[in-house]
Design a protein around this ligand. Sequence first.
Ligand code: DGP
Length: 114
Amino acid sequence: MAESETIFARILRGEIPCDEVYADELCLAFRDIQPQAPVHVLVIPREPLVNLCDAEPRHQALLGHLLLVAARVAQQEGLSSWRTVINNGAEAGQTVFHLHVHVIGGRPLLWPPG
Ligand code: DGP
């Protein structure tokens, strides 16, 4: 499937609604439709990167921005502890092939993950 056809590309184009919690010129953050914790937000770049394997040196500032936004969102949600996850590839659990940072919190989180 072409990246332009992912569900997140459609959300970015406004074709599918989302529960937005933050947006700027580089990224969008919205609540996960299948939350794994009381707070579960996805931070996605507007640029259509598939995952971290797709990232190049020119994306350094964008990747840092995504993490700063993840922290901003977590604080906005009132979290003092949270987890960020980037599933990179199908065997790691990636199901939507548009880069996204999960921000998960609001309950105790176990380690290691499954
Ligand atoms: P991953 O498994 O890392 O690729 O995470 C994809 C996440 O995307 C998964 O937790 C469910 C979420 N998701 C899938 N479709 C939609 C959607 O249409 N809207 C929202 N808000 N989240 C979605």
